[in-house]
Design a protein around this ligand. Structure first.
Ligand code: FMN
Length: 405
């Protein structure tokens, strides 16, 4: 059982252990990370094995430990690219001067550096070295370069060193590293207590009991927005079309199938919401009449008569008291022009535009790029990134513009 004061870190952490005297402290770090809920896999440099044996890390992490790129058995199980993708964050502790230099140079000459290069997970460094090595201009430049690329530094501390020197270079204590990781994982509660409604996914418009008109939306963006809003303290309800996605933690989910069901659910829930993020790809047209029995195959072909569905956002935009409205515009061309037009026409507060259909296709992808345009005309470019990161940025932009109560 965890005490309430203890941080919680539900992350997959790849711990890279460098060849320094502080490698023994990395064993305690694994233990502490697991105590707060993290799943940990350890990779070691060859030099690290001179200091601590892999068996220690294997026993503490509960997973095999890898050191070499050239391990056919390990590559057949979880290969190094899968391991790079698996990680939510990569922590290098101890980050030796040599390892920092190789990472700064973008080298991929062993398993640890290759994983860092192959992964998009944020990098956290806990440097540990003699004070002269830490103060050296080469190390200073290497660290500055890694920080400029987004790496987070924990430590080093100042004090007595294993070599007898005094100064900066001691690895941060494992408890400090865990606290820093937990603090970075808990974003500020930007939407604490605010009620957010999100819709996501496609809709299915039935033609007959076995056929429907659908679209390619996966729901990933809307689910990421719901998750990001919940992570910053919002009370989130997610109206989901037919998708195969797990409900994000702390989010209340309402499942629907058709555009009509989607509209009914949103209109029922919107009066209680302060923000509505319309990320669903709701069908614009639906069959005028769905056949009650399966339409038989025929040589004459089949003509479907389609009628427009209710425009959910435009309807909400006309409500005298309406939530803060955020729309998505998925367009194949003139993305910004269409987005600005939709923002004005539907009386929205913010629109997130993305290109679909080309090489930058957003549908079903894990990555996307967004252009946000606000009611006052300001635009924010969110370059290509995982949908989870984009969703966090979008939620922060919403929070910054949402009128206070
Ligand atoms: C006993 C001993 C202790 C060492 N401690 C450190 C250290 O704390 N930090 C460091 O940067 N290098 C230290 N080194 C030097 C590294 O082991 C050496 O630069 C190695 O190539 C680093 O390997 P890595 O890049 O795989 O971490 C130490 C060497 C020895 C022999």
């Amino acid at each position: 059982m965890q005490s309430p004061a203890q941080p919680v870190l539900r992350e997959r952490i790849l711990l890279g252990v460098g060849g320094g005297i502080a490698a023994y402290k990395a064993a305690d770090l694994v233990r502490r990370l697991r105590e707060v809920g993290a799943e940990v896999r350890v990779v070691m440099t060859e030099a690290a094995r001179e200091f601590v044996g892999p068996t220690t890390f294997q026993a503490l992490s509960g997973h095999p430990v890898r050191s070499s790129l050239w391990d056919p058995a390990a590559e057949a199980a979880m290969g190094h690219i899968e391991l790079a993708r698996w990680a939510d964050r990569i922590v290098i502790a101890p980050a030796t001067a040599g390892l920092i230099a190789r990472l700064a140079a973008g080298m991929a000459d062993d398993l640890v550096t290759t994983l860092c290069l192959a992964s998009r997970a944020p990098l956290v460094l806990a440097p540990a070295m003699n004070q002269a090595m830490w103060a050296h201009p080469a190390t200073r430049a290497n660290v500055a370069m890694l920080v400029a690329r987004g790496a987070m530094l924990v430590g080093p501390g100042v004090g007595g060193q294993a070599c007898g020197d005094e100064g900066a270079g001691r690895m941060a204590e494992p408890a400090e590293i865990v606290a820093a990781l937990s603090a970075a994982a808990s974003p500020p509660p930007l939407l604490a207590g605010r009620r957010v409604l999100v819709n996501a996914g496609p809709t299915y418009e039935d033609i007959d009991p076995v056929r429907f008109l659908g679209n390619r939306s996966s729901g990933k963006m809307g689910f990421a927005v719901a998750e990001a809003a919940a992570r910053v303290g919002a009370t989130v309800t997610l109206v989901a079309g037919p998708v195969r996605l797990a409900t994000p933690a702390g989010v209340e989910r309402v499942d629907v199938r058709s555009a009509r069901e989607m509209a009914e659910a949103v209109f029922r829930l919107a009066p209680a919401a302060e923000v509505f993020v319309a990320a669903a790809a709701v069908a614009d047209f639906t069959p005028k009449l769905a056949s009650g029995s399966k339409i038989k195959k025929s040589d004459e072909g089949l003509s479907l008569s389609l009628v427009p569905t209710t425009d959910i956002l435009a309807t909400l935009g006309a409500w005298p008291e309406r939530p803060f409205l955020v729309g998505f515009a998925a367009e194949t061309e003139s993305v910004e022009d269409y987005a600005r037009d939709k923002l004005a026409r539907k009386n929205l507060d913010l629109i997130a535009a993305n290109a679909v259909g080309g090489s930058d296709d957003a549908f079903d992808a894990d990555d996307n790029a967004l252009l946000l345009i606000a009611r006052d005309g300001t635009r924010v470019d969110l370059p290509r990134a995982p949908k989870s990161a984009l969703a966090a940025r979008l939620v922060a932009e919403i929070a910054a513009r949402l009128p206070s109560r």
